[in-house]
Design a protein around this ligand. Structure first.
Ligand SMILES: *[C@@H]1O[C@H](CO)[C@@H](O)[C@H](O)[C@H]1NC(C)=O
Ligand SMILES: *[C@@H]1O[C@H](CO)[C@@H](O)[C@H](O)[C@H]1NC(C)=O
Ligand SMILES: *[C@@H]1O[C@H](CO)[C@@H](O)[C@H](O)[C@H]1NC(C)=O
Ligand SMILES: *[C@@H]1O[C@H](CO)[C@@H](O)[C@H](O)[C@H]1NC(C)=O
Ligand SMILES: *[C@@H]1O[C@H](CO)[C@@H](O)[C@H](O)[C@H]1NC(C)=O
Ligand SMILES: *[C@@H]1O[C@H](CO)[C@@H](O)[C@H](O)[C@H]1NC(C)=O
Ligand SMILES: *[C@@H]1O[C@H](CO)[C@@H](O)[C@H](O)[C@H]1NC(C)=O
Ligand SMILES: *[C@@H]1O[C@H](CO)[C@@H](O)[C@H](O)[C@H]1NC(C)=O
Ligand SMILES: *[C@@H]1O[C@H](CO)[C@@H](O)[C@H](O)[C@H]1NC(C)=O
Ligand SMILES: *[C@@H]1O[C@H](CO)[C@@H](O)[C@H](O)[C@H]1NC(C)=O
Length: 450
């Protein structure tokens, strides 16, 4: 039996013995990580999770340790034993194999200390049949995380084993690729100090959640097969959620760095380094007929955006059926985008530093303008963008396209100082007033949407 771990017991008020999970041998390396201290900068969220109470029990997660056998039963055992006031440790130096879809929405007052690596199995047939469906855009996930007062950290890695999925998607776009971290109904929680690698699809999908902070997350991964690209590897997507903060992170991916899907409110995104992405996006919204999508009170500050198609972006489907691809279609939905601030950005090799697109998924601009979007965009500020765009749309560096004169109001660009490689600052402007767009020179030459 391993020695008991008593760290933090004095502050718990009463003496509660640590759990010794049988099986395995004692490892001298067993230790619990100190909790990270979260610093909010440059802005503080209007509400942030309170400092969780100390946990009074420690559960080390066992592993078969052979790199193949599913360790899910050990993970569930530790989560159950240490739920309601404990600290679960995934040991440093170990690889935990996950080959079973697990529902983790029961978590309450728990620290999850991931020091080692959690590797998801490559059984694409199993996962397609068993991963958790989310209701938006065919999203599914390896596990479903939810609950209250959950603090995850430890510096370890979640590895989605993405290559089999990138290959499978290249062969069949109807392959349902799980997102690495699927969240449904998480409250008052912090996820910090994690390394995320090779997600099959998005890295995070956050649904039905409130008052959750993501801090110091290191995201990277891509296809090692030069014939295949890793598609739809968004950093974070928020959905039906309020009070989410995403900060102090490095994202190397190939789709949205962060995107705000329907009903994302009071979101703070700050101090990110994004490389290779599609920018920080509102949307896409208005995809589904009969739905009313809201994105409101969003603040995105201190972002450095490199090698990207877009910097700050708003993408809205038109009011007519449109198809981006066989597996992504939509148009005709209603809603509103209101009170969005994008401020203090560095732009480096980005196709459009800013793109407002109310014709998302519709290449035929004439058709889009015949069916202007009922989804209104109001009170948007793009402030203090500096740097150099790519040469893709040169001489243009931005694109402001509203589907009608009334679909957009009070959208301003101030202190915009981004130029193309040959030092021009043109922007395509459709239903936009030049006077509202400081730092760009509006033209009517349309060079395309991303
Ligand atoms: C899937 O993983 C197993 C076990 O790690 C390995 O033996 C097999 O080669 C992998 N298959 C593919 C297609 O990568
Ligand atoms: C979110 O909550 C709603 C309402 O309870 C539920 O119908 C839905 O399945 C939940 N999950 C997602 C991903 O929306
Ligand atoms: C996903 O959703 C689209 C609609 O956008 C649908 O046509 C498609 O069949 C769905 N399923 C898969 C596996 O992509
Ligand atoms: C978003 O919120 C609006 C207003 O409350 C509601 O009508 C709509 O159904 C919500 N959409 C989703 C996807 O939850
Ligand atoms: C801005 O973000 C960078 C990382 O990209 C970070 O080093 C810096 O401290 C942040 N600035 C503020 C004021 O938070
Ligand atoms: C940015 O992405 C490019 C292309 O994938 C890569 O070569 C480069 O190393 C990345 N930069 C950083 C700092 O990771
Ligand atoms: C706009 O959003 C910000 C958060 O970015 C919030 O502080 C502010 O109160 C909102 N303004 C209004 C009028 O709601
Ligand atoms: C952008 O991409 C180029 C080429 O892939 C790479 O050399 C460069 O380091 C990237 N920029 C950053 C800031 O990572
Ligand atoms: C674009 O839409 C317009 C209006 O519906 C139509 O007349 C035109 O033929 C379309 N163009 C193409 C290339 O499909
Ligand atoms: C900048 O480059 C574009 C093509 O890449 C060209 O059309 C434009 O005339 C150039 N402008 C200047 C000022 O050199």
């Amino acid at each position: 039996m391993r020695s008991l771990f008593f760290a933090g017991l004095l502050s718990c008020g009463s003496l509660v013995a640590a759990t010794a999970i049988s099986g395995g041998t004692h490892r001298r390396a067993d230790h619990v990580s100190p909790r990270p201290h979260i610093v909010y900068s440059p802005k503080s969220p209007s509400t942030a999770p309170a400092d969780p109470k100390p946990r009074c029990k420690t559960c080390f997660v066992e592993t078969h340790g052979d790199g193949v056998t599913d360790d899910s039963e050990y993970i569930l055992k530790a989560f159950n034993e240490c739920n309601n006031g404990g600290h679960v440790v995934f040991r440093e130096g170990e690889t935990y194999i996950v080959g079973t879809a697990m529902d983790w929405t029961f978590l309450k007052s728990i620290d999850i200390d991931i020091q080692g690596e959690i590797l998801f199995s490559n059984d694409t047939a199993y996962w397609q049949a068993n991963s958790f469906p989310f209701v938006f855009q065919n999203v599914t996930s390896f596990f479903k995380l939810g609950g209250d007062d959950v603090f995850i950290y430890g510096g370890g890695t979640l590895n989605g084993n993405g290559q089999v999925w990138y290959d499978a998607y290249a062969a069949d776009i109807y392959t349902l690729r799980p997102v690495l971290i699927g969240i449904d109904g998480l409250k008052n929680s912090i996820i910090s100090d994690l390394v995320l690698r090779y997600s099959p699809q998005y890295y995070h999908f956050i649904a039905n959640s409130s008052n959750v902070v993501f801090n110091n997350i290191d995201i990277a991964g891509g296809s090692t097969n030069p014939k295949v690209t890793a598609k739809n590897t968004d950093g974070w997507d928020t959905y039906r959620s309020d009070g989410i903060t995403i900060q102090n992170s490095v994202i190397n991916n190939g789709d949205d760095c962060v995107s705000f899907k329907p009903n994302s409110t009071n979101v703070l995104v700050q101090s990110l380094f994004c490389n290779g992405s599609h920018g920080v996006s509102v949307g896409s919204l208005g995809q589904y007929v009969g739905h009313y999508d809201i994105v409101e009170n969003v603040y995105v500050a201190n972002i450095s955006m490199h090698n990207a198609t877009d910097g700050a972006r708003i993408k809205i489907w038109p009011n007519t059926p449109s198809a981006l691809s066989g597996d992504l279609q939509g148009g005709g939905g209603d809603g509103r985008v209101n009170n969005i601030t994008y401020t203090d950005w560095i732009i480096d090799n980005v196709d459009y530093a800013i793109e407002v697109d109310q014709c998302y998924g519709q290449k035929n601009l004439t058709l889009c303008l015949e069916y202007p979007s009922p989804l209104k965009i109001t009170n948007v500020l793009f402030n203090n963008f500096k740097g150099t765009a790519s040469n893709k749309y040169q001489p243009q560096v931005a694109n402001f396209a509203c589907s009608s004169e009334t679909a957009c109001s009070n959208i301003l660009s101030t202190n915009f100082d981004v130029v193309s490689p040959n030092n021009t600052n043109e922007a395509y402007c459709l239903n936009f007033e030049q006077s509202a767009l400081d730092g760009v020179t509006c033209t009517t030459v349309f060079k395309g949407f991303n």
